[in-house]
Design a protein around this ligand. Sequence first.
Ligand SMILES: [Zn+2]
Length: 61
Amino acid sequence: MSTAALAGSCPECETDLTVPPMVHGETLSCPECMLTLRVEDVRDGVLTLQMVEVQLRDWGQ
Ligand SMILES: [Zn+2]
């Protein structure tokens, strides 16, 4: 594994993002639109990101 940053783009505002190495399932916030994005796939240094639906009531208690 290299320490190179990963590239991706926000599915909402299409901002190009460069982030530290992440793995499937991790989340980050888009600096432009502030949406929470989840890593769906990492391939050849390129992230596939998906918006996270905020449904707090469906989790936990
Ligand atoms: Zn965005």
